[in-house]
Design a binder for this molecule. Structure first.
Ligand code: SF4
Length: 401
C-alpha cells in the first residue's frame, strides 16, 4: 500500500511564504517586497527547500493533506523556481493523493504555460487576488492589474483545468459604495469561482495608506456603511450559492478552504519561509522576517535555532483560549459536546456567564449546544473575542500545565 493511503497517520498542513511582489499595494502590511534580483529569489527557494529538509524526519510520520503557497505573490517567482519548490514539497513530505494544494496568484503574474505545469504537478486550487473589478478602486489600492487582466487569468486557469478557484475581494476601500460592492459581488458570482474571500480594509501602520491617512479618509465609506456592506454581502453571497462559513470566507458546498480550516480548528501545520508561523508538537513558533538572514541561516547546521523568531509551548489553558478564539470565527461555532470531549471541561461553566451579554446584545447565539457569532458579532469579532479571552475567571480550574 502506498504510504499516503495508510489509515490513522496524523495529518499536517504545510504553508510556504513567498515574500516577493511585482509592486507594493498601498494598504499592504504583509512581509513582502519588490525583488528585482533573480539570484535572490533562487537563493530564497534554496533556503526554503533546506528549511523543509530540516523537518523531513520530524514530519515523517505525518500525511500532509493541505499545502498552501502564500505571500507576497508566489507567482512573482520565476516559473522554474516556483515549480522547483512545488516539486520539493512533494519530495520531502508525504503529500496525500487527495491533498488540497493551493497557490496564491496575482492576475498580472500568471501565464497559461505556468498554470498548466502547476496543475500537472498536483496544484489543484488557485487563489486569485482581484479585490475589486472597478478600475478606480483598484487604482486607489495600488493594485497593478486591471479587471481585464483578472478575467484573462481566471479563464486561463479554467483552461488549465483549475476547478477550485478562490477570488479575494475587499470592502471598506476608497471610493467604494454599497452599490459598487453589490456590482462587484454580482460580477464575481457570475464568473462562478468555487470560493470567495471578502476582507475588510484595515489601515495598518507602516503602509502608504497609514502615512497618508488624512488624504485617504474622505474617500473611505465609513464604519456604518461598512457594516451595511458586510451584512449586504453575507445575504447576497448566500443567495448566489456561497454561504458564509467564516468571518471573511464564503464557498460553494464542499469548497471551504481545507488549509484555512486547519488554522481555525487548531490542527497542526508547519510554516516555511520568512515570517511563517507553525503549530506543531504542542508549540507555536514563527520564523524571522528578514530575507537575507533567512537565506544565510537556512543552510547552517543549527538552522532551526537561527531561523526561529518566537517559540511558545502551548499549555492547556492557552489551547482552550485559542480554540474558543479560532472556532468562533467559523459560522458553525463551538459545539459544546465536542468542547467537552476535547478538553474535559464544560463550555457553559467556563464561558456561559461571559457569553450572556453578547447573546442579549444580538452578537451571539447559543442554541442546541452550539455557540456561534451572529453576522453583527462577526463584524465586531475582535472586541468580542478579546473580551471572552480574559482568563482570570478560569483560574479556579486545574489545567494541569
Ligand atoms: S500583491 Fe498582496 S502581498 Fe503583494 S503587496 Fe499587494 S496585497 Fe501585499
Amino acid at each position: 500500500m502506498n504510504r499516503t493511503e495508510t489509515y490513522g497517520a496524523p495529518r499536517l498542513g504545510i504553508y510556504v511564504h513567498i515574500p516577493f511582489c511585482l509592486s507594493k499595494c498601498a494598504y499592504c502590511d504583509f512581509n513582502s517586497a519588490v525583488e528585482e534580483d533573480r539570484g535572490v529569489m533562487t537563493n530564497y527557494v534554496n533556503a526554503v527547500i533546506a528549511h523543509m529538509e530540516s523537518y523531513r524526519s520530524a514530519a515523517g510520520d505525518y500525511d500532509v493533506d493541505t499545502v498552501f503557497f502564500g505571500g507576497g505573490t508566489p507567482t512573482a517567482l520565476p516559473p522554474d523556481e516556483l515549480l522547483r519548490l512545488i516539486r520539493a514539497v512533494k519530495r520531502i513530505f508525504h503529500v496525500a493523493k487527495d491533498a488540497e494544494f493551493t497557490v496564491e496568484a496575482n492576475p498580472a503574474t500568471v501565464s497559461y504555460a505556468t498554470l498548466s505545469r502547476m496543475r500537472r504537478l498536483g496544484v489543484n486550487r488557485l487563489s486569485m487576488g482581484l479585490q475589486s473589478p472597478h478600475e478606480n478602486e483598484l487604482k486607489a489600492l495600488g493594485r497593478i492589474h486591471t479587471r481585464a487582466d483578472f478575467v484573462r487569468s481566471f479563464r486561463m486557469a479554467r483552461d488549465a483545468r483549475f476547478d477550485n478557484i478562490n477570488v479575494d475581494l475587499m470592502f471598506g476601500i476608497p471610493y467604494q459604495t454599497r452599490e459598487s460592492l453589490a456590482h462587484t459581488l454580482r460580477y464575481v458570482t457570475r464568473l462562478g469561482p468555487e470560493h470567495i474571500s471578502l476582507y475588510d480594509l484595515k489601515i495598518e501602520p507602516g503602509t502608504p495608506f497609514y502615512a497618508n491617512y488624512a488624504a485617504i479618509a474622505p474617500t473611505l465609506p465609513g464604519e456604518d456603511a461598512e457594516a451595511e456592506m458586510y451584512f449586504d454581502s453575507i445575504r447576497t453571497l448566500a443567495e448566489a450559492g456561497y454561504p458564509q462559513y467564516e468571518i471573511s470566507n464564503f464557498a460553494r458546498r464542499g469548497y471551504a478552504c481545507r488549509h484555512n480550516l486547519r488554522y481555525w480548528n487548531c490542527d497542526e501545520y508547519l510554516g516555511f519561509g520568512v515570517s511563517a508561523h507553525s503549530y506543531f508538537s504542542g508549540h507555536r513558533f514563527s520564523i524571522i522576517p528578514d530575507v537575507k538572514q533567512y537565506i544565510e541561516g537556512a543552510t547552517v547546521k543549527e538552522s532551526r535555532i537561527m531561523l526561529t523568531a518566537e517559540n511558545e509551548e502551548i499549555g492547556e489553558r492557552e489551547r482552550i483560549g485559542e480554540y474558543v478564539m479560532l472556532r468562533l470565527r467559523l459560522r458553525a461555532g463551538i459545539d459544546e459536546y465536542e468542547f467537552r470531549s476535547r478538553f474535559g471541561l464544560s463550555f457553559e461553566e467556563l464561558y456561559g456567564e461571559r457569553c450572556l451579554r453578547f447573546v442579549r446584545g444580538g452578537f451571539m447565539t447559543r442554541r442546541r449546544g452550539v455557540t456561534a457569532l451572529t453576522p453583527t458579532g462577526m463584524f465586531v469579532s475582535n472586541t468580542i473575542l478579546s473580551d471572552l479571552l480574559e482568563f482570570e475567571d478560569l483560574g479556579r480550574y486545574n489545567f494541569g500545565g
